[in-house]
Structure formats: structure tokens, C-alpha cells
Write a protein that binds this ligand. Sequence first.
Ligand code: WT7
Length: 583
Amino acid sequence: MNQSNIIKKDLSNLPVKPNLNNYDKAYSEIKWQELEKNVDFFEDGTLNIAYNCIDRHALSSHKKNKTALLFESSTGEKETYTYLDLYKSTNKFANVLDNLGVEKGDRVFIFLPTIPERYTVFLGILKLGAIAGTMFAAFQEMALLDRLADSEAKIVVTNAVLYPRIEKIWKDLPNLEKIIIIERGSVDQPKGEKIIYYNHEMEKASEEFEAVHMQKDDPSYMLYTSGTTGKPKGVVHSHKDIVSAIATTKYVLDLQENDIYWCTADLGWVTGVVYGVLGIFGLGGTTVAFEGKFSAENWYKILQDYRVSIWYTAPTAIRMLMGSEIKPKEYNLESLRFLGSVGEPLNPEGVWWGLEEFGLAFHDTWWQTELGSISITNFQALDIKPGSMGKPFPGVYGAIIDDEGKELTPNEEGNLALKKDTVYSLMIGIWNNKAKFDSYFNGQWYISGDRAYKDEDGYFWFVGRADDVIKTSGERVGPFEIESALVEHEKVVEAGVIGIPDDLRGEIIMAFVVLKPEIGESEELKEELKMFVKGKLAGHAYPRKIKFIKKLPKTRSGKIMRRLLKAHELGLPEGDTSTLEDY
Ligand code: WT7
């Protein structure tokens, strides 16, 4: 790469000295053991995420009245919550659950939009030692059923608007004992013997609760995520993850005492959990939470009105902003001082655009649901090579290896892997699926499923996925889930699903559909199928492109050869087809 394409960091020009000001030094010196000191452990060596996020600040004189949450609703109402407010509300909610008989290790799932109660509920669950599961408000019945059935959730917390989707599937959820409805914003409340109301219960609950002592490896939160095969899998994380959430928020996102922080990810995704809650509250910082929809106008207004200084977002959003008529320069965004991006490849154009429009480069960060915190990344104090994901976080050992686990030389493409013992917040398991968990590892290595290379300066460059997982608008979608939804349609025999490149969304979902012989092909039917999948899974997880096909390419053992569908669609070489059945 041409030197002029490197963004040189001049530390003397920065308004605030970064928490990490020398990458090489930090990489050689910082150890996880050292980073544990940013967290409060109880005297018996146990800890609790919620205690670290809320209680320790609320119990300190200088932090208790500090603003933790600045909320803006979709209709523009504003609310402010201090650490003391969240201390009381999380204690109350932990008591509500306790009174309902929820025990350590029980699964409590959250199905809500971005409202303040969602934070209270999430942290209240952790305080009690139950496992918090989060779900995106766009999920429809099939996506909900997969998650709630597999996890055997005992309680779901939702609202009147979303409740009907759960009601439809409740008969298939024998373990689901109670539904808690948050009253905010609705007049008509659903009724039922097993339905209870949040405010009603909270009023009765005590404000006193002592956070349950959890072992480092006791489960804290779980999130379902997609792979190539089968239904989404429950990735389980532990209470010790607060250590790396804090460390990365401090040293990568560079959070400092007076920052106003905004992570745009929803709590339904891992970024929303780790960087929307754990890291920011763990450090006693102030975060913005915005319920409204994405638009250039809405987002720039939030950045401006709240004087956001640290902004962590995603490439699809950046590309949408780049394409908008509304420009950042129409707003006063002078408070911004650090920009981060995660979830999918950030094109160099995005980095340069940031520099041009905000006077700041976006810092690309790489990690996965399974890893629990930023693992390979750019830093405020490290030169950026636009298009590169940067370098490993101190304490993490990242490498490019071949299929046998041998490290490759610089610029050779291979499997992006991490030494498993160096990923502090690595998942502790896949819910009820040991075989799947084991399949991630090859000896000392955790295999990410991404293909990448490392250059001679130690910077990592993303190449693509090694499997059929689709990344659309930064969201991970398994082809099998879309195929399963499609075949539930009465006119469909079978379907093969792939991701194809898209300028805005990174990839879009494309389906090849085999119709029953008597069914005629039509554009209307394509629309019908799109709507059908949308209604089953989620607003974002549907095939934007559909092609009818007479027969799917399959291996002799009956597996759909998605690679071949992709090769045909994109005009790429077919590769090895020796296992292909007659086609
Ligand atoms: C997959 C993980 C981790 C938070 C959100 C995504 C892709 C993630 C980058 C990046 C290129 C990226 C990878 C990875 N990905 N960040 N900076 N550059 N690709 O978590 O849903 O678990 O997805 O997202 O393919 O394996 P996730």
C-alpha cells in the first residue's frame, strides 16, 4: 500500500490524550490479569456484571448523581436517568423476578424496543443471576419460537404492541410461565392469568437488593446467532465479560470521564449488549439511547443535540449517510472526537468520507458474537490503513492459519483465528449444543469462520466468509433459516439461499426457489414469498432477490451446494463439483 494512503495519527493534535497512546507498548505490557483491576470483585472472588455497571457507581458519592442514560423517544420526548435511578430500578426489578420464583440460571428474555425499561430489565436479570436473552423488536413468530423454545425461557418481558407475536406461539412454549408487559405507550393492555404488568409489580417491590455473587464463568447473557447449518444457536457469555467490555471501551472507544457516548446498535445484537450497556455503564459513563428510526436527519440531530463525543456505528449506516442528501456539515457536530465502526467490512471510501465530513476517521473494529468483545481493531493512537481491520487488542493473539492450524506468512490469505486462551470474553458454551461449541476449535485455535490476511506491518485485512453465512446490513443471517421459512409456503418445494454483493448493504439475500409443478412463475409470487419470509423471521431477514429454478444443485448426500448457486449467479469459477449429484 502506498504510504499516502495511510492516515497518520498525530497525537499532539488530538483534543484529548487517548487512554491508550502507544499501541506497541500497550500490546507488550497489558495483560488480562491487569485489566481485571478495572472491575470490582466481591471478597469471595465472585462478581456480578450489574453490580459493576450500576451499584458501585450509585454507591459512590461522586458518581451516584451522574447521568447514566439520556433517552429520546421516537416522538421526541426526553428522559434522563442517573446511576442512582438505575440502582433503584434494577434492584426493584431483581426483586420482581425473585418474587416470581426466578432463580439463578433461569432464562428471562427481553423483547422490547429501545426504551429505558429495557436497560433496567436487562441489568435486573443479571443482578439476580438469571440469564438475560435479548431479541430484536423486528423478530416475527418463527424467529421468536426458535429462540424461546431452545432456551426454555421462563419469562418474557415485552409490551402490548409486540405481545401478540408471543401469544401466537405460547402454546408451543411449555416452559414459558409468565409474561411481563411494560405499560409505556399503550392504552390497551392484553389480559390473562399469566400476564403481569411491570409498573404494577415495580411499585410493590423493594428498592433493596444485594447483587447475587456469580463465579467468573457463570452465565450472564445469551444471544442467538446464525451459522451455515440448522437453526440459530444460543451463544452463552459469562459474568467475567465485564472485564473485557470495560477494557475495550476504555482503550479502543477511548471513553473518558466527560464523554457523551452513543452506540447505535440495538440491544438485540451483541454490540448493543456489550457496547450499549456493559462497557459504557461499567466505566460509569453517559450514554444516549434513541428509540426512533434511522435517518440522516434523526441521527445527525441526536449527535448534535446531545453533543455526542464518541460514536460507535456500522458500515451500512455509514454508507446510507454517505448517500444521503443531508450532509453532516448542516449540523454542529464539533463535539465528536472518536468514531468507530463494526459488523461488516468498512470500505476505505467510508473512512475517507468520515475524515472529509467530520474531520475524523472511522475506526474499524472486528469481533463476533462468540468473542464477546472487540478483538482486532484500529486505535485512536495507531495509524489507520483504510480498509484494514487493524491489529489485535492487547492480550489477544490473532493469526492467519491454514486448515491444519499452521500460521501463514504475511499477505497469505487463510483462516482468521485467535488463540482461544487469549480471548478473555470467549463464549462459555453454545446452549444445549456441545458438538457445535467444540466445532469452533482446532487445538489451541478458535476458528472465526472469516478469511483474511495479515500484512507485513501486522495489520489484518478481511477477505470474506469461509462458509455460507450471509452478512446483510451487518446482520448475520443463516441461509438455512431463510430456506426453512420459504419451504413453509404452500407453493414452494425447496429453496437454496445465498448472499450476493450489494453496494449499500454489503450483501443482500438471494433465494433460488423450486415451485410445485402446477404453480406458474410470476413477479407477484416473488413479492408474496418475500412478504411471507418477512412475516415469519424479521423485517431485515428476507430475500430481496428471488429466482425460480427447476432443480437445486445438491451433493449426492443431499446437501444444497450454495457455493455453486453463487458461482452461477456471479459468474465465478465453479470449483470442485465432484460431489455433485446429476444436475
Ligand atoms: C461476523 C460476526 C461483532 C459485532 C457485530 C457482528 C463480520 C464483523 C467486521 C469488520 C469485516 C466484520 C465477520 C464476522 N464482521 N466485524 N470490522 N470487518 N467483517 O457480530 O453478528 O457475530 O458477526 O461479522 O464476518 O465473522 P456477528
